[in-house]
Design a protein around this ligand. Structure first.
Ligand code: EPU
Length: 340
C-alpha cells in the first residue's frame, strides 16, 4: 500500500541540505508500488519529480505535484559465465553500497566508482564516471516504468545513448520514464586498466604495481576523501559544472595564454578542459559568498556552509560562469540538475 504524504520537508532528501518542500511525497519500494502510483495520474497532475539519493540536484524551490523517492532494493546475480557476472540491481540501492558489494566479491568494473553519492537507478541518467571508468562501461540494460501508465519497458545499453554525464533519460525520455532496476555486467578477473593519472599515481605512491580490485577501490576512496567534501558534513552535490569541451582552435589559443592548463583530446577532435582548473585560476578556490562557497580543496564543488538558500548558490554559480567566460571565453554548463 502506498502512502502519500503532503507538505513533506525535503532537507533529508537532497545532499545540498536545502530547505524545500514537496506538495505531495511518496516513497516506493517495489515496481508494483511504483506502477500503482503511476497509474494514478490525478496524484501528479501538477507535476512529477523523482529523487534518488538527491545527490545531483539543487532544489530551487518547493516542488508542486508529486515527488517520488524510489527505494526499490535488491542486488541479484542473474547469470554467471567463465569471465562475467551479470547483476540486476534495484534503483534504490545506494551506489557506494553496490560498489562495495562487488568489490567484496572480487568482481571488477565498479571499483573506480567508489564513494560516488547517489543511487543505482540514477547512475545511468547522468552516466556517472570517475577515475577512468563510467557507468557505460558496465551497464547492460535499464528497466523502467512509463509516465503515465506505469508500463514496464526495458532499454538496451545502446538505447540508453550514454554520453559524458548524459543519456536519453536526461533528454527525450526526461519525465517519461522512471528507472526501476539496472543490469550490469561485471568481470570476474582483474581490475580495469589504469588509464587515469591521479589513480595510477596514488597506487604508485602506495607501492602497488599490479593492483587488485580492492587496491583500486581503496585508492579511489583515499583520493575522493581528500578532494570531495562529505555531504553529511558539508552540503554539496559533487561537481557543480561539467568539464567544458571546446574546439581544438579555442584550446590552442587558450593553452597559448595558459600553458599550464591541462587539456584532454576527445575522439571527435575537440578538447576537454577541467572546469575546476579554470575556476581556481579565476580566483574562486575557497571563496565565500554569505552562507555558501567554493570548496577550499576543489573549485568544481560548491558547498553549503550552513543554511544557504538555492538563490545564494545559484548567484555564486552565475558569478563563476560570468567570470570564467570573461577571462577565458569558455561557457560552463551546470552538471547539477536544478529542480523544479
Ligand atoms: N583542478 C584544479 N583545481 C581544482 C580542481 C581541479 O586545478 O580546484 C585540476 C586538477 O589538478 C586536474 C584537473 O583539474 O588537473 C582535473 O581534476 P580532477 O582529476 O579532480 O577531476 P575533475 O575533472 O575536476 C571529474 C569529474 C568528477 C570525478 C573526477 C575524477 C566532472 C564534471 N567531474 O572531475 O566527478 O570524480 O573527474 O575522475 O566530470 C561529479 O561528477 O560530481 C564528480 C565528482
Amino acid at each position: 500500500m502506498i502512502e502519500v504524504k503532503t507538505d513533506q520537508p525535503l532537507r533529508a532528501y537532497n545532499t545540498f541540505g536545502l530547505d524545500a518542500r514537496a506538495e505531495r511525497f511518496c516513497k516506493v519500494s517495489s515496481e508494483a508500488e511504483l506502477a500503482e502510483v503511476l497509474r494514478r495520474a490525478d496524484l501528479y497532475r501538477h507535476g512529477l519529480h523523482v529523487l534518488g539519493a538527491g545527490s545531483n540536484v539543487l532544489l530551487a524551490g518547493d516542488l508542486s505535484g508529486l515527488t517520488l523517492a524510489v527505494a526499490i532494493p535488491g542486488i541479484e546475480v542473474v547469470s554467471e559465465s567463465e569471465g562475467d557476472c551479470r547483476i540486476r540491481v534495484g534503483a534504490g540501492v545506494g551506489w557506494h553500497d553496490l560498489v562495495s558489494w562487488s568489490v567484496a566479491r572480487g568482481l571488477s568494473g565498479l571499483e573506480a566508482l567508489a564513494l560516488i553519492p547517489g543511487s543505482a537507478g540514477a547512475a545511468p541518467v547522468q552516466n556517472v564516471g570517475a577515475y577512468g571508468s563510467e557507468a557505460a562501461d558496465v551497464l547492460e540494460s535499464v528497466e523502467g516504468l512509463s509516465i503515465p501508465g506505469g508500463d514496464a519497458i526495458r532499454f538496451s545499453r545502446a538505447e540508453c545513448r550514454l554520453g559524458y554525464r548524459d543519456s536519453v533519460f536526461k533528454r527525450e525520455l526526461a519525465k517519461k520514464i522512471i528507472i526501476s532496476r539496472v543490469t550490469l555486467r561485471l568481470k570476474k578477473h582483474g581490475p580495469v586498466p589504469m588509464t587515469h593519472r591521479a589513480l595510477s599515481d596514488e597506487l604508485a605512491a602506495a607501492g602497488i604495481s599490479s593492483p587488485t580490485v580492492k587496491d583500486v577501490f581503496e585508492a579511489v576512496v583515499r583520493i575522493r576523501k581528500r578532494k570531495l567534501p562529505d555531504p553529511a558534513v558539508l552540503g554539496n552535490a559533487g561537481s557543480f559544472f561539467k568539464n567544458p569541451v571546446i574546439s581544438s582552435d579555442q584550446a590552442r589559443k587558450l593553452t597559448g595564454e595558459e600553458p599550464k592548463l591541462p587539456a584532454y583530446p576527445e575522439k571527435d577532435g575537440r578538447v576537454k578542459v577541467p572546469a575546476g582548473w579554470l575556476i581556481e585560476r579565476a580566483g574562486f578556490l575557497g571563496a565565500r559568498r554569505g552562507r555558501c562557497g567554493v570548496y577550499e580543496k576543489n573549485a568544481l564543488v560548491i558547498v553549503n556552509l550552513g543554511g544557504a538558500t538555492a538563490g545564494e548558490i545559484l548567484a555564486l554559480a552565475s558569478e563563476i560562469q560570468d567570470r570564467v567566460r570573461a577571462l577565458f571565453g569558455v561557457a560552463l554548463e551546470r552538471e547539477v540538475v536544478v529542480l523544479p
